[in-house]
Write a protein that binds this ligand. Structure first.
Ligand code: SAM
Ligand code: SF4
Ligand code: SF4
Length: 385
């Protein structure tokens, strides 16, 4: 088969402009912990991408034919330093953020990531509580790093794992990485106390749907929450097609037929996953057996209470996973003038969030493919999941 040619439009250098009102003494806004966007959605969750590099080439995220040896990753000078990340994060927390997730690329590839975790774990929410500090990883380096991550102040981890069958897993990560090493990483994370652990499985019809039941059987009763994610049309390189999406409702039906499930209430507002508990003989949730989650990013929009902001590796603020462009916060923290002050940074974030209208998933079904972004979407490995 000839190699698939994927046009890659690099949006990393383009950025949106912070509204000028953010810097005027008359309209500057201080952080109050109570930001709301145009649809009344608060700002609660910040996802920070710490690297655009990865040691895997999952074909739904960083296909080999695009992310090859010639791919131009960001130079080190473009990345936010740990001090810059912490400074920006502190302002977000003052605006009401309660949860920070480190992601990437593969976040454990960023050198000395433990130092960043130490700095972030010292932050306190507006109410004076520690942050919910977590990290999403492919698990490849977890066996080696779990204890140091815990010691640095990380509370928990989410590990991505798309199947238990070694051949399926090796072919999905496309670098021949063995599943046993990720399972060892998950065990090390459990031993280090990085729980409750979540496992994310992206389900691609025709690729790994036969792994759904083995995964459910394996993690039922383990204290680990397995979450099934619909394969998403994020980025511009994965050649996404609707017929490769397996709807979450199908996943629930499949598991329920063998292991009966009952639907559970959402754990928190803005929660992306719909929760299903394993049922006991009387049809009640059997807590010892635990629960699964399904994330229906394609078939069921959950923009209505989306409280997530994303900070890219080079310091751009994205208001939606499907946004074509982000707001450049790095230039604010690196500016030599008073624009660099935390008050201006806080005001910029406030003006940007209060103007937020994004609800891509809600609009997706109503529009022609790519109508919302003109086909220009940032890659998941750049913006983080
Ligand atoms: N490398 C880390 C990992 O894989 O966990 C963190 C970054 S990765 C971009 C974050 C999450 O996004 C992973 O759970 C991954 O499975 C998910 N993801 C990437 N591309 C996706 C797609 N097209 N559809 C659904 N989920 C996707
Ligand atoms: Fe890497 Fe994670 Fe993307 Fe897979 S999903 S290529 S592990 S960043
Ligand atoms: Fe949030 Fe955008 Fe996803 Fe909707 S599509 S839930 S606004 S990230």
């Amino acid at each position: 088969m000839p190699p698939r040619v994927v046009p890659l439009i690099d949006q990393r250098s383009a950025s949106l402009v912070t509204p000028a009102a953010a810097f005027s003494p008359d309209t500057r806004v201080a952080a109050s912990g109570l930001l709301s966007d145009t649809r009344g959605r608060p700002l609660r969750d910040l996802r920070i991408s710490v690297t655009d590099r990865c040691n895997f080439r999952c074909n739904y995220c960083m296909p080999k034919e695009v992310f090859d040896k010639d791919y131009a990753y960001l130079p080190h000078s473009a990345l936010l330093s740990f001090e810059e990340i912490t400074r920006i994060a502190k302002v977000f927390v003052a605006h009401g953020v309660q949860k920070i997730r480190l992601t990437g690329g593969e976040p454990l590839l960023r050198k000395n990531i433990e130092r960043l975790i130490e700095q972030l774990s010292a932050l306190r929410t507006v109410e004076g509580r520690p942050l919910d500090l977590t990290l999403t990883t492919n698990g490849s380096l977890l066996a080696r790093k779990a204890r140091a991550l815990k010691a640095a102040g990380l509370q928990r981890v989410t590990v991505s794992l798309d199947g238990l069958d070694d051949a399926v897993f090796r072919s999905m990560n496309d670098v021949d990485f063995p599943v046993a090493d990720v399972l060892a990483g998950i065990e090390a994370a459990q031993e280090a106390g990085l729980g409750p652990i979540k496992i994310n499985m992206v389900v691609k019809r025709g690729t790994n749907e036969h792994e759904i039941l083995p995964m459910a059987r394996r993690f039922r009763g383990s204290g680990i929450v397995l979450r099934f994610i619909e394969y998403m049309d994020v980025g511009a390189t994965n050649g996404w097609r609707m017929n490769e999406v397996l709807a979450s409702s199908e996943v629930v039906k499949l598991i329920h037929a063998e292991l009966p499930l009952v639907q559970l209430d959402p754990a928190a507002p803005g929660e992306t996953a719909e929760r299903w508990g394993y049922a006991d003989a009387s049809g009640q949730h059997d807590k010892a057996m635990g629960e699964i989650g399904v994330i229906s990013s394609v078939t069921q929009a959950f923009c209505g209470d989306c409280n997530r902001a994303r900070l890219s590796t080079e310091g751009k603020l994205f208001l939606c996973l499907f946004a074509a462009q982000g707001y450049d916060l790095r230039s604010l923290v690196r500016a030599p003038t008073s624009e660099a002050s935390d008050a201006n940074l806080a005001s910029a974030i406030a003006h940007i969030w209060t103007g937020r209208t994004d609800r891509y998933s809600e609009l997706r079904s109503a529009m022609a493919p790519d109508a919302g972004t003109g086909g220009r979407r940032v890659e998941m490995s750049y913006i983080g999941g």
